[in-house]
Design a protein around this ligand. Sequence first.
Ligand SMILES: O=C(O)CCC(=O)C(=O)O
Length: 260
Amino acid sequence: MRPGVPLEVEPIVRGLDENGYAVVPGVLDRSTVAAIRSELHRLLETTPTGRNDFEGFATKRIYRLFAKTRAFDPLATHPVLLGVLRRTLGHCQLSAPTGIQIGPGEPAQILHRDDSIYPLPEPHGEVVLNTMWAFDDFTVENGATRLVVGSHRWEVGRQPTDADPITHLEMPAGSVAFYTGSVWHGGGANRTAEPRLGVILEYAAAWLRPQENHVIGVPPEVVATLPDTLQELLGYNIFPPFMGYVDGRHPRRFLPADAR
Ligand SMILES: O=C(O)CCC(=O)C(=O)O
């Protein structure tokens, strides 16, 4: 495992800038990991496996996460994470918060860049930042996320080849890996008999469309009970000067007033 960095904004931003990623081991204590893990396992009981190679036919993905559990509210709004987001993306929102359980026998996911879904002229600044939270130990054998170090700095159009060295984001349960939307990465192959459980909390610049539509996915009466910062991350925000208004007003004004 690569040496960890403390959970402080500066070293994470530096790792993202220099390598395209930063792993912070042991951010969550054992009891928090156990509690979140059992909550995820409850949700996984009714979660189907993937429908294509990208989702993974032996992989389960928990979408609409913030409608299903409150376990990630403090993680999504962790002050250090918010500090890193401020430095890398500025005004931003949750894009694709997803539980990912890679099942035994799943082959490696194709390498991809998370920001490539946006048809923006390249090169462009960072518009996506991802965090992968480990709820099992991530190992080479069980499908730790694979990543091409430094590929966030590649020239426009360059694709990874077999000659490019792959780093596996090995980390103990309770760790978090940050990676830029521009770095080539993908889920690893799971060659063990046990699944590998992680959760991505992926963020995108607030002026882009998020991958998942939380305004429809998370009921307004639930959003109304959440802290302001999380409401903003779930789409109830204004990108200055006025992108995102409803009837000329802040979208939060349209949440049910009596829900809190
Ligand atoms: O599960 C992983 O390790 C990464 C998954 C991923 O990159 C994705 O599904 O976009």
